[in-house]
Design a protein around this ligand. Structure first.
Ligand code: ADP
Length: 331
């Protein structure tokens, strides 16, 4: 039995015992209350009978003494029921809080483990790639056409390392003191430049870009918004079978700018849609997952969009894939 299962069964047994003991005590209290009432009832009846105040039980039940005894008895019954309900409710609430806290703790532990595993993968493979390229170049005197691919792949790996470190730094800054450097931006130009970079990086993928000629300028943080579009396009490529088909579209709506990044990739299940923006969250398990990543990208995207007063949402793309939509309010 796993530690979790043992804990679950342990708590079920303890809670079951508490409930059973509680029911037993409640029944006993009911019984005792009833016995006490019966005794007082009899004593009162015989006393009134002896004093000649009543002649039978029928008359006794009309007397003030009986009414007082019965009211006290009923009050005590309601008290037992009321207190019982409060007790059961507190117990349920307590168990719920503990269970929730425990579940969050387990999820946080899983995320930490996933993060460590993914960051190790992420660091190891570019370093190994660069090392191999440099060793080859050192050992052999290669002609330019043979050394060029090695240098290009080293440069790609170095870019990956740089992006990873940037993401880590940015996510740390977002938690403490991220300062937006607001300036008027032409988002169409910015996004078009990013799409061009991706065309060079992924020559096999298909990129579509759409923006109206007259998009209003947006007051925003250049490096933050660059990171937003880069992360979304990177994911669109990463989570699509080759060759990826990605569409980036900008449009101006009354009071807001829309940025849409759509792909025809593997898509995101509905139950995961709200969780993918959490820090370090990645769908699936690190041991079985094929794609590389840290689970920081969408967290950064979400935080930066929010810092601009905007919002991000995700929906399914037909027939396959996902569409991320960002709304940035125009001030
Ligand atoms: P990373 O890509 O480093 O894992 P992200 O924060 O960028 O982290 O994304 C979180 C998770 O959301 C990813 O692990 C992936 O499972 C899912 N995801 C993000 N973008 C897409 C996409 N375009 N299509 C399918 N799944 C996606």
């Amino acid at each position: 039995m796993t530690r979790d299962a043992k804990l679950r069964w342990g708590s079920i047994i303890v809670i079951g015992y508490i409930m059973a003991a509680f029911v037993w005590w409640a029944l006993l209290l009911f019984k005792k209350n009833h016995i006490a009432f019966e005794a007082q009832y009899r004593a009162g009846f015989y006393e009134m009978l002896a004093q000649g105040l009543v002649e039978n039980e029928g008359q006794y039940r009309q007397s003030d003494l009986y009414k007082m005894l019965f009211t006290t008895y009923r009050k005590q019954m309601f008290m037992i029921i009321g207190e019982g309900c409060v007790f059961v409710l507190s117990l349920i609430l307590g168990v719920w809080f503990i269970h929730n806290g425990y579940r969050k703790e387990v999820a946080a532990g899983r995320q930490r483990r996933n993060f460590l595993l993914s960051i190790t993968h992420e660091l190891k493979s570019p370093i190994a790639g660069i090392q191999l390229a440099v060793e080859t170049l050192l050992k052999r005197d290669l002609p330019r056409e043979k050394s060029l691919p090695l240098l290009q792949s080293s440069l790609r790996e170095t870019t990956r390392l740089k992006n990873l470190v940037n993401d880590l730094l940015l996510s740390a800054k977002l938690e403490s003191a991220y300062q937006l450097h607001i300036e008027p931006l032409n988002l169409a130009e910015l996004a078009a430049g990013i799409v061009e970079d991706f065309r060079i990086r992924y020559p096999k993928a298909g990129f579509e870009f759409e923006a109206p000629d007259e998009l209003p300028l947006f007051s925003g943080d250049r490096s933050g918004l660059t990171s937003v579009v880069q992360n979304l396009v990177e994911n669109a490529v990463k989570y699509s079978p080759e060759p990826a088909q990605v569409r980036v579209a900008l449009s101006a709506q009354p009071g807001a700018l829309h940025i849409e990044v759509a792909d025809s990739g593997i898509g995101i299940p509905d139950r995961e849609k709200s969780r993918i923006f959490d820090k370090f969250y990645r769908i699936g398990n690190e041991d079985t997952r094929q794609t590389k990543g840290t689970g920081l990208g969408l967290y950064i995207v979400d935080q930066i969009v929010k810092a601009h007063g905007g919002s991000i949402s995700v929906r399914d793309h037909q027939p396959a894939g996902s569409v991320f939509l960002i709304l940035l309010p125009l001030k």
